[in-house]
Design a protein around this ligand. Sequence first.
Ligand code: 86X
Ligand code: MG
Length: 503
Amino acid sequence: LLALQCKKDENFPQWYTDVIKLSEMIAYYDISGCYILRPWSYKIWEMMQDWFNVEIRKLGVDNCYFPLFVSQDRLEKEKDHVEGFAPEVAWVTKSGDADLAKPIAIRPTSETIMYPAFSDWIKSHRDLPLKLNQWSNVVRWEFKYPTPFLRSREFLWQEGHTAHATYDDAQVMVMQALDLYRRVYEELLAVPVVRGYKTEAEKFAGGHMTTTVEAYIQGSGRAIQGATSHNLGQNFGKMFDIKFQDEKGESQIAWQTSWGLTTRTIGVMIMVHGDDTGLVLPPRVAPIQVVIVPIISKKLPMEQAKPYCEAILQELEELGLRAKFDDRTMYNPGWKYNHWEQKGVPVRIEVGPRDIEQKQARCVLRYNGDKIDVNIDGIATILKDKLEDIQEKMFAKAKEARDSHVVQVTEWKDFVPNLELNNLMLTPWCGGEHEDWEEWVKTTSREESLKARGEEGEDEKTATSLAAKTLCIPFDQPELPEGTKCIASGKPATCWVLWGRSY
Ligand SMILES: O=C1CCCN[C@@H]1CCCn1cnc2cc(F)c(Cl)cc2c1=O
Ligand SMILES: [Mg+2]
């Protein structure tokens, strides 16, 4: 595969698969749903980890590491909550050719692994708050169609787990974690997100309340959950006997949170920013921000180009930029241009004979193709500023694409037509839990989508994916005029909820 087989707006799933291969981010593996993260994507994960570790340390969170395995007894401690997930739990049943006495599960998440230890460690209010995080892999044997980064059977994540003396302290932690997630997306990945609460139907059943950051993928017209932060209330404290003596010597149950961000972040960044040439990397997370390509010919032998290029490289590195001088002789400049464009490197510096004569360099910007001739005196400062400008412009462009696809809708007749326009919809909502109006919207929006497309009885997968679901109740609520009716139930609306087709 030397170039993308299709345009981003022709066949989005195919485009995505080609981009992650061409940019050398992913390699495939013989076990379905498992992928190799090559250095080009793993370096991005490492930069997110580095940033996140600095930030959680400021919040008093310590990193730790708990075992990969969990006994069946422990995993199934919270019977009701686990049973919904049971089909996706991976089990170890043998060692060698001998059966294990009891099967052992591979962690799909670590509550049942961590919280018995929390119960041992927390006795007094002086042991609170307890704030731990772990970077690990988790395994969930998903059956939906697997997609690298977005839905894989093993993925990398961080999971934060904290315990507090009061509900309010826990809620502060929930919101601090959520804001870190917003910043990972908006400041590092240049992807705008909507922050809000999950509805009762969509929240983590084991918790008290779930908050989320939701991104918009223009290529598919779908929303995607970017990360999630839960207020667990005292649910797990009761289940795992996590109690503490308060100042008055009274026994209290701890208030907890948990929060997670996964390698799905990388897939979101690819889908939002990629174009018909390939990956377009936000400078903040680009493993290489600037690549220098010499245009070697009889007029400019490598001996003459090398010192000139190496001087530029050194100046860039001294300013903290991640730069590379591509001095390979077996590839010509055109091949190198294509290679680094497909990998999404933000800035390419071309150095030809004329550039050296005029003590300048031709800089090409990946995100919009601009070509600028820059004096090599001070080139590093100019490019450092240019990279910051690129980061801002990429965010602004993604924000415009998202904002132009969010519409307020108050009447049901406008709901599916907007789905068909790849829009997300803010609608008045009665909070519809009790009569499960959310299920009604899912079912009805799927049926009406099929009809709108003249495809009765579409195969289950597509049909389901045509259904709209609630993404969140945005923290940022528009005015809700007195007497506004819920778009589904017609009952008095209590808030605005954001709907969309989603991943
Ligand atoms: O979302 C987060 C943030 C990080 C820590 N965990 C929570 C809740 C995870 C929900 N969840 C998600 N998926 C699961 C899959 C499973 F197979 C089992 Cl047994 C349990 C779960 C499960 O509890
Ligand atoms: Mg799941």
